[in-house]
Design a protein around this ligand. Sequence first.
Ligand SMILES: C[S@@+](CC[C@H](N)C(=O)[O-])C[C@H]1O[C@@H](n2cnc3c(N)ncnc32)[C@H](O)[C@@H]1O
Length: 190
Amino acid sequence: MKDVDTLVAEAFAATPREWFLPTDKRGQAGYDGPLAIGHDQTNSQPRTVADMLELLDVRPGMSVLDVGAGSGWTTALLAHLVGPTGTVRGIERVEALVEFGRHNLERAGRPWARIQPATPGVLGDPEHAPYERILVSAEAEALPSELVEQLADGATMVIPVAGEMHRVVRARQDVIVTRHGHYRFVPLLR
Ligand SMILES: C[S@@+](CC[C@H](N)C(=O)[O-])C[C@H]1O[C@@H](n2cnc3c(N)ncnc32)[C@H](O)[C@@H]1O
């Protein structure tokens, strides 16, 4: 079995960042920092995305929720990791970015992934829960119990909370939280 670093590196190689950037930003795709995608939002820093995906440890066939789909890049990376036997549901709260992300994702040709608008006042997508993995690319002030409840038994979520990356594993009645360094993100809004 391949290790997670190799799987993530393969997903990056198959999913060029420039496909997920506005035309005027494509020349900066190699920059290891966040890039503006409009609407006060960003396509995240590549090193940060890689760190999060390595923590998430996504495997073929999994069902994944991607909260804060933005440019569609993480949705497409996750789609590569789950492969055609898996599913990825990207959620985005800015309507114009839902369209931008969908358009970009289409180019990647991974129809087992989709991007849908967030329902106002609802975090994630409880209707289609539980998920085996949840990636959250916007920072929460505190760990959102609504998202923990959308994890299947044994499932993992990676989410920035109050400046620190958190990995959350749901194990029956227990929720095991570990912290993995400091990162800056746009806020997770409702
Ligand atoms: C760092 S940006 C985009 C990251 C994205 N994964 C990418 O690769 O481009 C985070 C995104 O989270 C979105 N967002 C913030 N709160 C949200 C919520 N409650 N539900 C869905 N999306 C949300 C923002 O609109 C923004 O597009």
